[in-house]
Write a protein that binds this ligand. Structure first.
Ligand SMILES: Cc1cc2nc3c(=O)[nH]c(=O)nc-3n(C[C@H](O)[C@H](O)[C@H](O)COP(=O)(O)O)c2cc1C
Length: 243
């Protein structure tokens, strides 16, 4: 599975699982949308899959975990205080957005995401870089000598805007993750319960719905508006989803 478009082995001993390096990822990477990539990777492995590509917030991690087993962040951690990234690299990240990220094979022959302003700042002609077809690279001499001034980032770079310690960033990500987890859990209740309603026929009046397996009503429809009782606290398990 050593293919930038598909996945790369997390552990050559076979103990780990692949990292799905999706489009939008920092560094050398694939081009596929995460849904397209993850569905194909799932077909070829039952090992834990790591998802990488523009993940920047705790909410993104929750989203990634709907598709993969682990989430992998790169760009977001480049400017942390403990990072060995140069001051130039940090500065290039701050203020940059996804629009500044250029996918090109022109620098070393492999598809990679670079910050376009840093390519220009390094003295390369951006138009020439953009026009260089796969299989060719811009003047190797020039590219090589200036490579350390050309910086990579994923499309999530717009969320990278300050220097913090790793612990501070992780605290923020954990808080966002917990908030998103609760919000998603709430959101998923609706469709799950609506599915239950559909299988029993449409509820027409308030408190028509019952908790899966019986019990207190969990939803109602009043004048066409669907609502889930705020105190409904059924576990969001497979049974509820299938109900
Ligand atoms: C500056 C930079 C250098 C990287 N270098 C490597 C590398 O040498 N080997 C590698 O496997 N991945 C490398 N990556 C990719 C990361 O391992 C990771 O997959 C990626 O950063 C995650 O996506 P994100 O940056 O969009 O969060 C690099 C990424 C960046 C941003």
């Amino acid at each position: 599975m050593w293919h930038a478009e598909v996945a790369r082995p997390g552990d050559r001993t076979g103990a780990g699982g692949p990292i799905a390096v999706c489009g939008g990822t920092g560094g050398h990477r694939g081009t596929l949308n995460p849904f397209a990539l993850l569905n194909k990777v799932r077909e070829v492995t039952d090992k834990p899959i790591v998802l990488a590509g523009s993940l920047s917030t705790g909410r993104d991690i929750v989203g990634a975990l709907a598709m993969a087993d682990l989430a992998y962040m790169g760009t977001r951690f480049i400017p942390v205080r403990e990072s060995p990234a140069s001051e130039d690299h940090r500065s290039a990240l701050f203020g940059a957005t996804a629009k500044d990220v250029l996918l090109t094979t022109a620098l070393d022959g492999f598809p990679a995401n670079f910050l376009a302003p840093s390519i220009e700042a390094a003295g390369l002609d951006l138009d020439e870089v953009k026009a260089t077809p796969p299989g060719q690279i811009v003047d190797p001499g020039r590219a090589r000598t200036r490579y350390r001034k050309i910086f990579s980032a994923g499309q999530g770079v717009g969320m990278v805007n300050e220097v913090r310690t790793t612990a501070e960033l992780c605290d923020e990500l954990i808080t966002q993750y917990e908030e998103a987890r609760v919000a998603v859990r709430e959101r998923l209740r609706g469709p799950a319960v609506m599915k239950a309603a559909a299988s029993r026929g449409r509820p027409e009046k308030e408190s028509d719905g019952e908790a899966p397996g019986g019990g207190r009503p969990v939803f109602g429809v009043d004048k066409g508006r669907f609502s889930v009782r705020e105190d409904f606290d059924a576990p969001l398990d497979q049974d509820v989803i299938r109900a």
